[in-house]
Each structure stands twice: as structure tokens, then as C-alpha cells.
Ligand binder design. Structure first.
Ligand code: ZN
Length: 391
């Protein structure tokens, strides 16, 4: 490695830039935007990372970061520090962030789950949401829409397989809406307004592990109905895939921990696998515009055995997969799968309020029952409201 490079121990020295707060700027790195007061003038630097083994700090690894320029989904120029030996997390973060921008997801603070009264009671008692297998949902055919759209524009031979219908890949999801009081949804999912809409805090995401996971298998996002935007997202992802291949071509050689060269060809193959997974996930948020009134926000868990076995090892996969034959996962199953910490597994669902449908009989009695359940299950500050929708 070049000895004249600037060295930075980023963990203690830099904070996130408040001028350029794109989420893909890794916390604690200097700001990647040139001429920014929170950045550095050099286009490359080395970061230290300390490894703790057997309670001792044993190893110090250096990563090379290079400033890269690319286009955002709205054609504006953006910058990133690219960790050359570990390119995919950056690419994936860019994709997610740009899709959030075009989806206006960053400004939504609450999402609403419409359901029947009995389901509300079991959600409160169990502190769990159920994510049901996609194929068990009525609109499973919808997923084909995104896959077809992608293959139409795929000139890179990325060739996203429809392994959705194989045993190795399945999607589990639960549906919300960003509409707080919607007659259609009250009718469809809340027993003709005899049920409730439960408001959740969509910003609640302690240490990235409630709504989203670091490995990107868990994602919360509004469904995309507009076919222009669907096309734009597909185009953008393909653009970024091409950019990432160029970045690999321009990068220095990288080596594995046995000091063997990882060829650029091999690195491109790896990127392609990650990219395919990312696309499969994104496409499962595409839906036909005729459903647009539902304003759906989907909480989606991608259960991809092939991917998990290859990148995390079979034992991790087996550890948490007693439910292989089940058609649903609970939010606790998923938390357990993604984090071994008991504290996180026992997090209270981020419920902000509960709105009773107009047609609920005996509202006072039901409100008392809900209040008791909230209290007995240690939920705090949950407001109870009655829908103002005329029936
Ligand atoms: Zn900045």
C-alpha cells in the first residue's frame, strides 16, 4: 500500500456531516463531498480498524477509501468514500437511499396496520407481528410484474431468476399503510370498520435492527405503484451496477485473509450476486397501479437460504430455522434471527396509537379492554382514538 497516504482513525475523529447527510455516508468518516468543511482535501485515505480477539486487541486492519462521484436517481451528482475491498455495502446503501428519495419515504413518520379486533388483542398480548409468506397472500402474482420489468431492460445479463417459486427463496411480509384513516382499508382489513388501525413509529429502529437489518434481509418501504418510477428505479439500479463494475476495474488489487489475490473478475461475480439479491428485494415492492389506493407500506423479510448458506454459513441458517415449514415468521423470530441480544428480542413494538373503526359496537367497553391489555403488557404512551370517518 502507498506509504504517502493520509491516515485516519475515523472512529474517534469525525462526525456525520450535517450539510450532506445522505445515509450512505458512513458515520464517523470525513464528509466525502469535496471542499466541505467536514471533509478532507485528499481523494484517498486509510482507515484503521481494531479487531478484538479473546478480549485482546490483536489486529489492526487498514482499509483504503477513495472518493467517488456518481449520479443520484434525480441526476444530481453525489459523492461517497468507497471502501475498495468491500464495495457492496456502499452500493447497496446508495440504492436503498435513492429509492427512498424517489419514494419520499424519508418524510413518513407513522405507518398504520389495519386489522380485526381479535388480531389487535393477540398483537398486544404476544408483542408480535406476523409476517406471512408471500405466496400465501392473495396478490402473489404481483411479484412477477417487477421481475418481468427488470428482464426487459436487463442488458447486462444479470438474469434475475424467478427463484421465488423455488424452495430457496421466499418472501414474508406484513402490510401497513401511510394513510391514517382510510375507508377502503378499514373495510378490507378491519372487518368493515369493526376493527382498528394501529399506528406504528416508522422511525423506530434502535441500532438498525428493528425494521431493517444490516444484512439487508429485512426491509420496510412503501410499495411502488407508478410504472414510470418503477422503470426509473430499474434503470438507476442498472446504472449503478455498471458504475460499480467500473469502480472495480479502477481499484487496486485486493487480497483475502490468506493474502491470496482476489481477481477483479471474481469480485465482479460477487457484486453480481449481491446485486441480484438487492434487485429481487426491490422488485418485490413493485405493484400494479390499480392497487394504489391502499398506499401500502410493506415490511418484508427475504428468506434466502442459498444466500445465507453461502455468506453466513449453514449453522447460522439452521440455528434459527425451525420454522422452515411454516408459512409465517413472527417479528420475534426475525429479531432472534438477526440479533442474538435478548434486549432487542424483547423490544416493545413501537405502537403510537390505536384507532377504533366507526362500526365497533360498545366502544367504551372495548376501549377499557384495550387499556387493560396495554397496561398488563407494559405498553406506554399509546393513545386510543375513535375514527372520525362517517360510515
Ligand atoms: Zn459535507
Amino acid at each position: 500500500m502507498d506509504n504517502n497516504l493520509v491516515e485516519i482513525y475515523a472512529t474517534t475523529h469525525y462526525n456525520k456531516c450535517n450539510k450532506h447527510n445522505d445515509i450512505y455516508i458512513r458515520k464517523n468518516l470525513p464528509c466525502p463531498y469535496p471542499n466541505c468543511e467536514n471533509g478532507i482535501k485528499e481523494d484517498k485515505f486509510i482507515d484503521f480498524e481494531y479487531k478484538i480477539q479473546d478480549k485482546k486487541v490483536t489486529k489492526e486492519i487498514k482499509h483504503l477509501y477513495t472518493r467517488k462521484k456518481f449520479k443520484g436517481i434525480e441526476n444530481d451528482y453525489k459523492y461517497i468514500w468507497l471502501k475498495e475491498d468491500d464495495l457492496f455495502p456502499s452500493i447497496s446503501n446508495i440504492i436503498v437511499n435513492e429509492v427512498h428519495v424517489i419514494n419520499k419515504w424519508n418524510i413518513i413518520e407513522s405507518i398504520y396496520h389495519y386489522t380485526k379486533l381479535d388480531n389487535l388483542y393477540s398483537i398486544l398480548n404476544s408483542n408480535e407481528l406476523w409476517l406471512t409468506e408471500y405466496t400465501a397472500q392473495t396478490d402473489s402474482i404481483e411479484i412477477v410484474l417487477g421481475f418481468d420489468l427488470f428482464s426487459k431492460y436487463d442488458k447486462n445479463d444479470i438474469n434475475i431468476s424467478k427463484k421465488l417459486f423455488s424452495k430457496n427463496l421466499s418472501f414474508f411480509l406484513t402490510c401497513f399503510s401511510y394513510e391514517s384513516e382510510c375507508r377502503t382499508l378499514f373495510n378490507l382489513y378491519s372487518d368493515y370498520s369493526q376493527g382498528v388501525s394501529i399506528e406504528f413509529d416508522s422511525n423506530f429502529n434502535i441500532d438498525n435492527n428493528f425494521w431493517y437489518s444490516d444484512d439487508q434481509l429485512l426491509q420496510l418501504m412503501p410499495v411502488i405503484y407508478d410504472d414510470q418510477i418503477q422503470r426509473k428505479i430499474v434503470d438507476y439500479c442498472i446504472y449503478l451496477f455498471n458504475v460499480s463494475e467500473k469502480w472495480i476495474d479502477m481499484s487496486k488489487d485486493t487480497f483475502n485473509n490468506k493474502n491470496e489475490l482476489i481477481t477483479k473478475y471474481k469480485r465482479k461475480e460477487v457484486i453480481k450476486i449481491f446485486f441480484k439479491n438487492k434487485m429481487e428485494e426491490l422488485l418485490s415492492f413493485f405493484k400494479h397501479y390499480s392497487y394504489k389506493d391502499e398506499r401500502e407500506v410493506r415490511w418484508l423479510y427475504r428468506k434466502d437460504d442459498e444466500f445465507i448458506n453461502e455468506y453466513y454459513g449453514e449453522c447460522l441458517n439452521k440455528r434459527s430455522d425451525e420454522r422452515t415449514k411454516k408459512t409465517y415468521y413472527t417479528s420475534t423470530d426475525i429479531a432472534r434471527k438477526l440479533s442474538p441480544s435478548e434486549e432487542k428480542i424483547n423490544l416493545k413494538l413501537p405502537i403510537k396509537s390505536i384507532t377504533l373503526g366507526t362500526n365497533i359496537q360498545d366502544k367504551d367497553k372495548i376501549i377499557c379492554k384495550i387499556k387493560d391489555l396495554l397496561k398488563n403488557n407494559c405498553y406506554e404512551n399509546v393513545e386510543i382514538k375513535v375514527s372520525t370517518l362517517p360510515y
